[in-house]
Design a binder for this molecule. Structure first.
Ligand SMILES: Cc1cc2nc3c(=O)[nH]c(=O)nc-3n(C[C@H](O)[C@H](O)[C@H](O)COP(=O)(O)OP(=O)(O)OC[C@H]3O[C@@H](n4cnc5c(N)ncnc54)[C@H](O)[C@@H]3O)c2cc1C
Length: 412
């Protein structure tokens, strides 16, 4: 079978891979996307995806610049204006969009909606060819022309291969890139619930010694729950009947939203921290969860992955303008340098948070309460934390800026 040629091959059409394909296809790169399974195309009106993402302003800008945001809005997004973080019997901190003159702090979106809107956009782009269902069975790395072999024997060649195939990236393994990290000995129980007191356009997060409980607002009076706890307790929460689960969840939320009642299924996700030792090799770049997996307590995983992909786009456009090979190490190193430190810092911060709050030691509790209390009282500290959460501070990639469509900007 003869080879098919592309500028870039992307393994994985998840949220990060599909967004990357949209960005590159729009910039006239020829792109192949290899994906196991297509997105869900339609669903019953009253059903909910138990997997949702808290999408930062930077990620919203990326979706808008890719032309997928309007579609997401029509399919259903929920803005939140306030975030309340508290510890039982301890301090509380509240962040409000009005503190920094923003209409909201971000949006909660079902993963199936993000995925579908990006795929619709990807399918509109002539330059993007989708191989699905398909997977990669072989990888031959080369700085000039890396090649992949698909499971049906087709051979594709490109200037660069990008691994966007998630935490268990097969491509990362094929490239011999190892990962570091550890299991958290925690499982996240996720589900959708109805709250007696409505959603109040607010995210709620309670820290407990066993792990954080997050309540993320969805339409009307619904919340998506991410309850990180010990694997034993998670097993019990997943197995108990709905009545007992509702009682346990309502208790854990300290009734801040009144009685909570389960809608539909529950799912469990074991949590771990993982970081690839390298993001690049000649002819290969890792993005998203293939490069890093972090604790979901601040809802940053896909937001970091989208910043990876936006940075890679910046570097590939720069390389094309200068006639550098897209898969060469000097080009890819600029990408790795820009993202690895940021991702490690975020991963470290979440790890620290997780450890600091998973401990009932008296002195630690006092320090936590002092820290939260001070942050809550000091308006500048609160504002800084909010701006960081929006993801729009610092030197962010062009696609992540408001109106950051590439053709409006000159590369520096
Ligand atoms: C409980 C929980 C809650 C979370 N909440 C948030 C949140 O609120 N906000 C946030 O930003 N992040 C959150 N995250 C993290 C977020 O879900 C991930 O960071 C995100 O899904 C990573 O996207 P990705 O595209 O890199 O990888 P994935 O979503 O894993 O996508 C990988 C894609 O590659 C495909 N694939 C895999 N292997 C192959 C192969 N060999 N061949 C072909 N295709 C392949 C898969 O089918 C999939 O489509 C949460 C995570 C968990 C566990």
């Amino acid at each position: 079978m003869s080879e098919q040629h592309f500028d870039i091959i992307i393994a994985g059409g998840g949220m990060v891979g599909a967004a990357l394909a949209c960005a590159l296809g729009e910039q006239n790169f020829s792109v192949a996307v290899i994906e196991h399974r297509p997105p869900v195309e339609d669903w019953p009106a009253d059903s909910h995806d138990i997997r949702v993402s808290a999408i930062s302003r930077a990620s919203q800008n990326i979706f808008a610049n890719l032309g997928a945001w309007e579609d997401m809005r029509e399919l259903g997004v929920t803005p939140y204006e306030q975030m309340v973080v508290w510890e039982s019997g301890g301090a509380e901190i509240r962040f409000h969009a009005a503190d920094i003159g923003e209409p909201d702090l971000g949006h909660i979106i079902e993963n199936r909606i993000i995925q579908l809107a990006l795929w619709r956009q990807m399918r509109r782009l002539e330059q993007v060819r989708i191989f699905c269902p398909a997977s990669i069975s072989g990888l031959q790395l080369d700085e000039e022309r890396p090649q992949v072999t698909l499971n049906d024997g087709q051979r594709l060649e490109a200037a660069l291969v990008v691994a966007a195939d998630g935490a268990r990236s097969a491509l990362r393994d094929m490239a011999g890139i190892s990962t570091g990290g550890w299991g958290y000995d925690q499982t996240a129980v996720v589900c959708t619930v109805r709250a007696e007191q409505g959603n109040q356009a607010s995210c709620w997060q309670r820290f407990m010694a066993t792990g954080p409980l997050a309540l993320l607002p969805m339409e009307d009076d619904l919340f998506s729950i991410v309850w990180s706890t010990s694997p034993e307790q998670a097993g019990e929460l997943l197995d108990m009947d709905a009545r007992d689960f509702n009682a346990a969840l309502t208790r854990a939320s300290e009734q801040r939203l009144g009685r909570l009642s389960l809608l539909g299924e529950r799912g469990g996700f074991p949590l771990r921290l993982q970081h690839a030792k390298q993001y690049i090799k000649p002819g290969l770049a890792l993005v998203g969860d293939a490069a890093h997996v972090i604790h979901p307590l601040a809802g940053q995983g896909v937001n970091l992955g989208l910043l990876d992909m936006a940075e890679l786009v910046d570097q590939l456009l720069r390389a094309r303008e200068r006639h550098y090979p897209l898969g060469s190490l000097p080009v890819l190193r600029r990408y790795e340098r820009a993202r690895k430190g940021e991702n490690i810092a975020m991963q470290g911060a979440m790890d620290l948070f997780k450890r600091a709050f998973s401990n009932d030691l008296g002195p630690l509790k006092v320090i936590r309460n002092l820290g939260m209390g001070a942050a809550n009282r000091l308006t500048p500290v609160r504002k800084l934390l909010i701006r960081n959460a929006l993801g729009t501070v610092g030197d962010i990639p062009i696609l992540a800026r408001r109106n950051g469509k590439r053709h409006n900007f000159k590369l520096q």
